[in-house]
Design a binder for this molecule. Sequence first.
Ligand code: SF4
Length: 242
Amino acid sequence: MLRVHSTETFGTQDWPGIRFLLFLQWCNFKCVYCQNRDTREFGWWKEMSDEDLIEMIHREEVYFGDRWGVTVSGGEPLMQAKWLISFFTKLKKIWIHTALDTNASILNDDVKKLLEVTDLVLPDIKHMDNEWHKKVTWENNKSVFEFLDYLEKIKKQFWVRYVLVPGYTDQKESIENMWKYLSKFKFLQRIEILPFHNLGEYKWKEMGENYFLKWIHSPKKEELEEVKNILDKHLKNVYIRI
Ligand code: SF4
């Protein structure tokens, strides 16, 4: 059984085409800008079997058109890798495209098995500098780099996502270090720069917590383009995703 926070149909942000989105509960990071603060808590889930979910997907699929699939997000989906293996295996048997939206920080035997039945991985890089990474997530970034190296080793297609947060993740040096690091990957298909926004602030309030980024503005168009221009010089398929 999977511990599910929520589901959404007609997601268009997490892969081209229409997606059935499954948000799982729990996360091992504590990102200061987390938009899904409520997915990190224990006790806020409903348990759903593979069959429950596949039935739900079948009910919606008539509206999806030709190009669609299932994206699992969170929270951090790899925390439930053991249970996701059977769900993704069943989806692959009925030819449904599978994608994982992940903070890319967990690599164990279950995750390795899960990746065998995953078509596309959408890993985040939260920060290239480890001290800043700890300020943003409270965790190290070493495991993220190990995860990305593993994707390359097994020839898995992936798209990197980077949330641009003014004052937190926009240091030029870090952006320069990102293209230097990413330029070695052959199976990296796309890089997406996501502007920070504080639409998830109300979830922090609902949980009685201070939202520290209250005064941080979303990056301006020029700020996003500046980062894109740096990456564009050295990498292919860099996009700003509004
Ligand atoms: S990895 Fe995602 S879900 Fe987890 S704390 Fe960070 S933003 Fe929130």
